[in-house]
Design a protein around this ligand. Structure first.
Ligand SMILES: NC(=O)c1ccc[n+]([C@@H]2O[C@H](COP(=O)([O-])OP(=O)(O)OC[C@H]3O[C@@H](n4cnc5c(N)ncnc54)[C@H](O)[C@@H]3O)[C@@H](O)[C@H]2O)c1
Length: 441
């Protein structure tokens, strides 16, 4: 992901302040030449000094979405926001249209899961406002296409970074959100070796920023946010239960999600924020993420390119608990609907608040080689398989969810098997990209 730095207030200072032209005066020659010259030099320095002081003391004329803190310089590109027309759009998108509906700020709304969750909330009459920075970790035109899709159902995605505290505060001033569905994050396991700071920026600094704004909001919203099955790391007890150890992350991505869970605990404990973390297990489906195996396998099989199939040591099978997007959406809505109110106000806790973590998986891990066989049948193309050893760059050998807690709390029950879900994905893929000619990157 290339980070485009937003211009800081320092950029507004001219590089050559106080340039001026000295003109010779006839008086200079009438008085004592040397002392006049010394006086002139002295006053010129005073004048220059005053100009410099003036520029450094004057408040910057930075746009309303820039921040005074260091983070503003780290923020990804944010387009302008604010003004009556903008506020009107925000209000209209967040308007609740059903009795007892929620008003939800969905961060990462142009992302894969964010798009589906936003659409589902809107369909049942909740008010939804999206927020996304449209970064180019993967093809931003896919994010724009998702945005266009949401726009058609009346959902506005504000373009901005979750690190932009002024923007977040403004959103809460305009809308007293009852819930925040926080999905914005730097996803992907392997990219962490290329750009580790993007994980810290979005998954740690960004999360803290969101929680800071939520804690100060009146009323405080309830927050449901995306953790990840990757927090189980090297845990080998199966199926993974929420009670299992999560202190052996195998990637920086996993470590930032685990840190998020600890940060959530802190904000719940100190400020009374109601917080629910969802550990998603390999989500797939239409409008999915091009960096995920099922997606780029499809692209590469269609292009006749070979695909890497990893195996663990001793020819061990690599398997994933693939979870179809509609099942994940049901889980997200269930978590939102059962989230209790936050208990703080004015930035202070008034009583104990809800703190939860749920696995959202499919409970049936499938070997990656089986995933490829299903794709071959659906695409009617034989894959060129390249069996390789699983590199130690973040991926774990298998994931397998125990979902009984989510089942008990909000009736979570995945209903789509991999064959059925991939069929829907392939249908979407071919209609969106064509059957091989158009590139998905
Ligand atoms: N898809 C999966 O299999 C999976 C598995 C486990 C966890 N998750 C988590 O679920 C969430 C959603 O994942 P996804 O698959 O939809 O990923 P995604 O990359 O498609 O969506 C994330 C969205 O957040 C936006 N974003 C990133 N950093 C931002 C920032 N600083 N400010 C504003 N917007 C920002 C991105 O532009 C993107 O549109 C993420 O938190 C991810 O870590 C996903």
């Amino acid at each position: 992901m290339t980070m485009k730095l937003s211009s800081s207030h320092m950029d507004n200072i001219p590089s050559t302040p106080g340039k001026f032209k000295m003109e010779k005066s006839p008086y200079i020659y009438r008085f004592r030449h040397y002392s006049s010259l010394a006086k002139l030099t002295f006053w010129s320095f005073v004048f220059l000094g005053l100009i410099v002081v003036f520029f450094f003391k004057t408040p910057s004329t930075s746009p309303p979405n820039s921040m005074p803190s260091d983070l503003s310089r780290r923020s990804l590109k944010t387009s302008s926001w604010g003004g009556p027309a903008w506020e009107k759009r925000v209000r209209s998108s967040a308007r609740i249209r059903s009795q007892n509906g929620l008003s939800v700020l969905v961060t990462g709304a142009a992302g894969f899961v964010g798009t589906h969750v936003s659409a589902a909330l809107k369909r049942r009459g909740d008010g939804v406002l999206g927020l996304d920075n449209f970064n180019n970790y993967y093809d931003p035109t896919l994010k724009r296409a998702r945005q266009a899709l949401l726009e058609r159902s009346g959902i506005y995605i504000v373009e901005g970074d979750i690190n932009d505290i002024a923007l977040l505060k403004k959103l809460f001033e305009v809308i007293p959100f009852t819930h925040v569905m926080h999905l914005a994050a730097q996803a992907g396991v392997r990219y962490a070796m290329e750009n580790p700071n993007s994980y810290v920026h979005s998954n740690i600094a960004g999360l803290v920023n969101v929680l800071e704004v939520c804690k100060n909001a009146n009323p405080q919203p309830a927050i449901v946010w995306a953790s990840s099955s990757s927090v189980y790391g090297l845990n080998s007890k199966v199926p993974f239960s929420e009670k299992d150890r999560t202190d052996q992350p195998a990637s920086l991505y996993a470590a930032t999600k685990k840190a998020g869970e600890e940060i959530a605990h802190t904000y719940n404990h100190i400020y009374g924020l109601s917080l629910t973390g969802l550990r998603f297990f390999t989500v797939y489906g239409p409008w999915g993420r091009p960096d995920m195996a099922y997606f780029f396998f499809t692209r590469d099989i269609l292009k006749g390119k070979s695909i890497p199939i990893f195996e663990a040591s001793n020819h061990g099978t690599v398997a994933r608990d693939f979870t179809y997007i509609d099942d994940i959406v049901k889980g997200c809505l269930g978590a939102l609907d059962t989230a209790e109110k936050s208990t703080g106000s004015g930035g202070k806790k008034k009583g104990p608040a809800q703190l939860r973590v749920f696995n959202l998986g499919n409970t049936s891990p499938v070997p990656v080689s089986d995933l490829v066989s299903i794709l071959e049948k659906l695409l009617k193309v034989k894959a060129k398989r390249m069996v390789m050893k699983l590199p130690r760059n973040g991926d774990v050998q298998f994931t397998h969810a125990n979902i009984s807690f989510a089942q008990r709390e909000f009736g979570y029950k995945p209903t789509t098997d991999l064959q059925t879900g991939l069929k829907k994905f392939v249908r979407w893929y071919v209609s969106y990209y064509g059957s091989g000619k158009k590139s998905s990157h």
